[in-house]
Design a protein around this ligand. Structure first.
Ligand SMILES: Cc1cc2nc3c(=O)[nH]c(=O)nc-3n(C[C@H](O)[C@H](O)[C@H](O)COP(=O)(O)OP(=O)(O)OC[C@H]3O[C@@H](n4cnc5c(N)ncnc54)[C@H](O)[C@@H]3O)c2cc1C
Length: 615
């Protein structure tokens, strides 16, 4: 009743009348919000994105991203445009207190399993501008600049957003909201969501400069022959002043310099102090300081990423120390994860229960990478000389024993729970993107396979039942089978051989749903069960308005035929059986897919029930 009243009051509010109800509203057009609008716009959804400022944040922030982000740009057809303003680099180097190499995570000359270089450097403002400009492609995306969110409310079937735009107030409506409103997120605060503090907070000075010449490094012992230090992100773990030196795109360079105890933030940002700090690196090389600012590097993760119809993503959900340059990358992964799920739910293909897999999939993933960055931060920020010397010994021993990742790509763990066939080998892993040749043409895997869900492997997995399931699934999902025998690609064959499987089923975000050996039916049935059966589970709790009750008919026949029908359509799973049929004495309550707006199935159900009861 309370919700009905609030809906009515919203309807009567003159600020709301005449405003359309958007499928999705995105709060904040930083990089994460802009990427979200591109993904959801591409799906044809009716998207609103609001941004308080008129232009992208002008000063440099993120400088590094990895291959997975370029693959997302590729999914959007934006990689060619964006790559023009990026440069790839040759990896990361950590240097010890004694100025000897601690750890070299180089990528030069190494294979590129994911199709792109491991590390790219760029200028955040340019990247944001590309993502924003790309929204012009979509008539179904409305970008409202100079529009600030003041308040937000989850209501029964939509979210109400109070905004101020050019001095006037409005209440807008959307079925779902993604809050990409940054570290100080108004939405997170309004929803009362706390942040878990991962106990890392260190003050750093970040200096960006345009530099016309090479940077001077102190002599570094044991530098590998194949490495060009000018092309690396170099972490000087020197207790005199821990520092990172990063090559940006063009002639852009970044220094991140730890503030020492007692140093004053404001004083350290003054031009004369910045010049003094950079002098050993730049000597007489001509340069121009773009900006110098102090930051508190910290690790924070929201305790709740979804509240009803509202989701947190990007810095609103988590913040990471930038030691592996992953802060924005986490936000992009959030969007890749959430956008296909929201699309399915908004199209009525899956129940909103699917959305509850967002946090369980993303939160442990983010925490694992933040933990790696925090532990790197702890050893990088060591100021005690004796401790730093011991650290150097210990890290070098770990490197010898192969206990530490050898490229930054190895830092990213698989998804361990959520929409994956967890019992199958390599479920949840990021899938490789090799070059594939067919009919005289060689292309990257994602360009060769256009569908969003992909079953890739040997033809033998397509048994008759797997074919039937695939064809049923393809009525709801953009899914296709790709026969590796028709391609030349040793990397795919090697991947399958290494996992001991015959086929892999990929999700739209390029993570592995699962793998199979022989018949793919069970894998496809598992997918169907996970995507569609959740309605049944949900409806058990709230079946009153949605169920149909019928009694006094032939229960065994009903059960057999009903389950047959459901099996054919969705492949029966334990949850489906339990959820769809709640047995009483000669009485069955049936809860179905009606809640998602699948009227075709509802009609099938009604016809079938009528048929049974007549019999
Ligand atoms: C020094 C530094 C170095 C970094 N280096 C890296 C790196 O190398 N690699 C990496 O991946 N990440 C890095 N990061 C992190 C990266 O910059 C952030 O993770 C990224 O900007 C987060 O994007 P976002 O879209 O979530 O939030 P933001 O970029 O903060 O965007 C939020 C947007 O929401 C808007 N907004 C806020 N409130 C409202 C409101 N009420 N109404 C309307 N609009 C609103 C804001 O104006 C803003 O445009 C670095 C960060 C810093 C500070």
């Amino acid at each position: 009743m309370a919700s009905a009243t609030s809906c009515l009051s919203i309807y009567c509010n003159p600020l709301v009348r005449n405003n359309p109800r958007y499928d999705i509203a995105i709060i904040g057009c930083g990089p994460v919000g802009a990427l979200a609008a591109n993904f959801l716009g591409k799906e044809g959804l009716n998207v609103l994105i609001i941004e308080r400022e008129a232009n992208p944040y002008p000063l440099p922030r993120a400088a590094h991203l990895d291959h997975e982000m370029v693959r997302l740009f590729q999914s959007l057809g934006l990689h060619d445009t964006i790559l023009k303003d990026m440069r790839d680099t040759e990896g990361h180097l950590h240097v010890g207190a004694d100025h000897g190499v601690l750890r070299y995570m180089g990528t030069s000359g190494k294979p590129r399993p994911f199709g792109w270089s491991n590390d790219y450097f760029f200028y955040q403002r340019e990247l944001e501008a590309h993502l924003r400009d790309a929204l012009d492609r979509f008539d179904n995306v409305t970008l409202k600049l100079g529009t600030e969110l003041n308040d937000i409310r989850n209501l029964t079937d939509h979210v109400a957003l109070d905004v101020t735009s050019n001095g006037s107030q409005q209440t807008l409506q959307a079925r779902y909201v993604i809050a990409c409103d940054g570290a100080r997120s108004v939405v997170r605060k309004r929803l009362g969501i706390a942040l878990d503090d991962l106990n890392f907070e260190e003050p750093w000075l970040v200096v960006d400069a345009e530099v016309d010449g090479p940077v001077s490094f102190p002599p570094i012992a044991n530098l590998p022959d194949d490495c060009n230090i000018q092309q690396l992100s170099v972490m000087m773990c020197d207790p005199n002043r821990p520092a990172t030196v990063v090559p940006g795109r063009g002639n852009h360079r970044r220094w991140e310099l730890m503030l020492l105890p007692g140093e004053d933030d404001t004083r350290m940002m003054q031009p004369d102090k910045v010049a003094e700090l950079l002098h050993p690196w730049l000597k007489d090389v001509p340069h121009n300081i773009v900006r110098a600012a102090t930051y508190r590097f910290h690790g924070l993760v929201a305790t709740q990423w979804q509240q009803d119809r509202i989701f947190l993503a990007g810095d609103a959900a988590h913040q990471t120390p930038p030691f592996f340059g992953q802060g924005m990358c986490h936000g992009f992964r959030d969007i890749a994860n959430l956008s296909w799920k929201l699309t399915m739910v908004l199209r009525g293909l899956a129940s909103p229960a699917l959305l509850t897999t967002y946090q369980p999939e993303r939160d442990p993933h983010v925490r694992a990478v933040i933990s790696a960055a925090v532990s790197a931060g702890r050893y990088i920020c060591m100021l005690d000389k004796e401790q730093a010397a011991n650290r150097d010994i210990s890290i070098r021993e770990k490197v010898k024993r192969n206990e530490l990742p050898t490229t930054a790509a190895d830092l990213i763990p698989p998804i361990t729970q959520g929409v994956i066939a967890a019992q199958t080998p390599s479920a949840g892993a990021r899938f490789i993107q090799p070059r594939v040749s067919a009919a005289g043409e060689t292309r990257l895997l994602d360009d060769m396979t256009q569908s969003s869900w992909r079953l890739i492997g040997s033809k033998q997995v397509l048994t008759n039942s797997a074919k039937t399931l695939l064809s049923e699934l393809s009525k709801e999902l953009d899914i296709q089978f790709y026969n590796t025998a028709q391609w030349q690609c040793t990397a795919l064959a090697e991947w399958l051989a290494k996992t001991g499987t015959d086929a892999v089923l990929l999700r739209p975000d390029h993570y592995v749903f699962g793998t199979c050996t022989g018949d793919a039916s069970a894998l496809l049935a598992d997918l169907a069960g996970q995507l569609f059966a959740s309605d049944a589970i949900k409806l058990i709790d709230c079946r009153l308005p949605l169920f149909m009750a019928c009694s006094e008919f032939d229960p065994p026949r009903f059960q057999q035929e009903w389950l047959g029908l459901m099996q054919k359509r969705f492949s029966a799973t334990q949850q489906l059986d339990q959820g769809m049929l709640v047995a009483g004495h000669n009485h069955y309550s049936i809860a179905g897919h009606i809640g998602t707006g699948d009227t075709r199935l509802a009609d099938e159900m009604v016809a079938f029930i009528n048929d049974c009861t007549r019999g």
